[in-house]
Design a protein around this ligand. Structure first.
Ligand code: HPA
Length: 264
């Protein structure tokens, strides 16, 4: 970690710790329109992101930002409700800062979620996909050294599948590709991604996951298919549809997360 980030992290953690007991075994990052989970925690404490020194604050609709601590049964969780993206002009250091905060507050496991476009033709909007593999197609890396990268833990993905079966939810598994955005892909790009073995596409998650892995955390990634990726339907994508699908399934998604946390 750069000296600059280290000093910023120290200042941010000091502010957070002065505001209350923010600690937890599991950290969650909630993607676009998937914030409902945070409404159903007990023993909740909150800090808006903008009150945390050096914390990056999103400008995107659907990304209201706050750090929340709370409980699911006896399990203590720390939730990042909202995140920033590279296309908003933030540096990679800023994008991974919330992950460093979660680790600094004691989280050993990261559950990272996102809204994604379904590239796999068998997927439908509303489907949930455990991320088994990822492709970093942003042309940038948060790591300065070569590292073997196998960030997603199979055990946690298996748990989601088991809980999904109990809830009668079809849980997909597959490869998530992270692009820089901000525009959605073209149909030609999606066709290429499909040929490359990509199942879902989005504009977040990959750098955060790599950082979490580098910090020694166990990572579970879940993508919510908010739309068919470009070119599958004969109509252009729109951001409102992405938000609307998130809204439609956020209660179910929230219940899935609660059940996972009880068993994790
Ligand atoms: N492409 C990229 N990012 C996304 C999409 C998509 O189709 N849907 C939600 N995030």
């Amino acid at each position: 970690m750069s000296k600059l980030n280290e000093d910023a992290l120290t200042a941010a953690l000091e502010t957070i710790n002065n505001r209350g007991d923010f600690s937890g075994q599991t950290g969650l990052v909630l993607g676009s329109g998937l914030g409902h989970f945070a409404e159903e925690l007990s023993n909740v404490q909150r800090i808006p992101f903008h009150e945390i020194p050096h914390f990056p604050v999103s400008t995107v609709k659907g990304h209201a930002g706050e750090l929340i601590s709370g409980r699911v049964a006896e399990h203590r969780v720390l939730v990042m409700r909202g995140r920033v993206h590279f296309y908003e002009g933030y540096t990679l250091d800023q994008i991974i800062f919330p992950i460093q905060i979660l680790r600094g507050l004691g989280a050993q496991t990261l559950i990272i979620t996102n809204a994604a476009g379904a590239v796999n033709m068998e997927f439908q909007p509303g489907d949930l996909m455990v991320i088994d593999r990822q492709m970093n197609l942003t042309g940038r890396s948060v790591l300065s050294e070569a590292e073997p990268l196998r960030p997603y833990l199979r055990r946690l993905g298996d748990l989601v599948e088991r809980v999904g079966r109990e809830m009668k939810l079809p849980i997909r598994r597959g490869c998530y590709a992270g692009l820089t955005g901000p525009s959605y892909e073209t149909p030609a790009e999606i066709r290429l991604l499909r040929h490359m073995g990509v199942d879902a596409v989005g504009m977040s998650t990959i750098h955060e996951t790599i950082e979490a892995y580098a910090l020694g955390m166990e990572v579970l990634g879940i993508s919510c298919m908010t739309n068919f990726a470009a070119g599958i339907l004969d109509q252009p994508l729109d951001h409102e549809e992405v938000i609307a699908t998130g809204k439609r399934i956020e209660k179910i998604f929230s219940e899935l997360l609660h059940r996972i946390l009880i068993q994790i």
